[in-house]
Design a protein around this ligand. Structure first.
Ligand SMILES: [Zn+2]
Length: 182
């Protein structure tokens, strides 16, 4: 079985852990993405990190925002530490329901930091310098965006102003054709 960083693997009373792990409050957790082998007969749990192309807490990742369903934006992670991933991983960015705008929109490519895991999904944050939206087009019409100021961009095609958490190296992109809105 494959364990993600922070995944609980068992209790120390039941198994003797070997390999790369941490123990907290008597529980055994994976520290990195790992291959886990359980030997029930000898009560041994072996945790071997999978090194290439996987993600750990604290890593910087790049992903695409698939959709937003408050209080989360759901992200497919496409690369970590500038390496392609061996398998698709999903992440979530917390979107404060108190705010009337989200820091990202559907289709945004974001640079984020992995701050934890929850039920097999990586928890991501944009709250650090250098993080934020790397590429985006307008989520109303697909048009290109021009940066208006800090965390604000305007669509050239439809004129809408979008509040986004922009990375310092933000680049605009556009769909090939304008989406006609009803
Ligand atoms: Zn637009």
């Amino acid at each position: 079985m494959i364990a993600i960083p922070g995944e609980k693997l068992g209790v120390i009373e039941a198994f003797e852990p070997k390999g790369d792990f941490i123990i907290k409050d008597g529980n055994i957790y994976a520290t990195r993405l790992s291959e886990v082998k359980v030997d029930k007969k000898h009560k041994i749990i072996e945790i071997k990190p999978i090194r290439k192309g996987f993600v750990s807490v604290g890593d910087t990742v790049v992903g695409r925002v698939d959709y937003i369903q408050r209080p989360f934006a759901f992200v497919t992670i496409v690369s970590a530490l500038n390496e392609d991933l061996a398998a698709d991983m999903k992440g979530m960015i917390y979107v404060d329901p108190e705010y009337d705008y989200a820091p990202v929109i559907e289709g945004s490519i974001v640079r984020a930091k992995v701050i934890g895991t929850s039920a097999g999904i990586l928890m991501l944050s944009l709250d650090e310098p250098g993080l934020g939206v790397l590429e985006s087009y307008c989520n109303y019409c697909g048009g290109p965006l021009v940066v208006r100021g800090r965390n604000s961009a305007r669509c050239i095609w439809c004129g809408r102003v979008l509040r986004l958490r922009l990375a310092p190296d933000f680049k605009s992109k556009a769909l090939p054709h304008r989406v006609i809105l009803e």
